[in-house]
Design a binder for this molecule. Structure first.
Ligand SMILES: [Zn+2]
Length: 139
């Protein structure tokens, strides 16, 4: 394997971060294992999922975008997702048409690397929120 091949496999073609999935998995585990980090868990999941939206279905992208919007714009709990926008889960489960949107090719400047290495839960939450807002504005 050449150096170029190694770089191609290590750096994510979507976000440009080396081993981004591992970074995401580490944030995910921290948010599940330590209650102090859990408050922004769904923002982490939604921001990462949307930044890698080309790997997902349009329906999945819509799900994450609606939930991210509910948390950031309408103050839904970013740890639990509650309250959900009325009727939206039913619409998804029943296959009722939802607005579709295209994932921009440019992943933006902020990635899963932004919250990685935060000094504590407060900084973690702040960085995840900044990343989530950047992702919402990118879309
Ligand atoms: Zn990535």
């Amino acid at each position: 394997m050449s150096t170029q091949d190694h770089e191609t496999t290590a750096v994510c073609p979507r976000c440009g971060v080396a081993d981004c999935r591992r970074a995401f998995d580490e944030l995910y585990a921290k948010e599940f294992s330590d209650h102090a980090y859990a408050a922004v868990h769904l923002l982490t999941v939604d921001a990462y999922s949307l930044q890698h939206g080309e790997e997902r279905s349009a329906r999945s992208n819509t799900y994450h975008l609606v939930r991210l919007t509910a948390a950031l714009e309408f103050a839904a709990d970013s740890g639990t997702g509650s309250p959900e926008p009325r009727g939206w889960r039913e619409r998804i489960e029943r296959g009722i048409a939802l607005p579709d949107f295209a994932i921009p090719a440019d992943p933006g400047e902020m990635t899963v690397a932004h919250p990685t290495g935060a000094a504590g839960p407060a900084e973690h939450g702040e960085r995840v929120r900044e990343w989530a807002w950047a992702e919402l504005e990118r879309l």
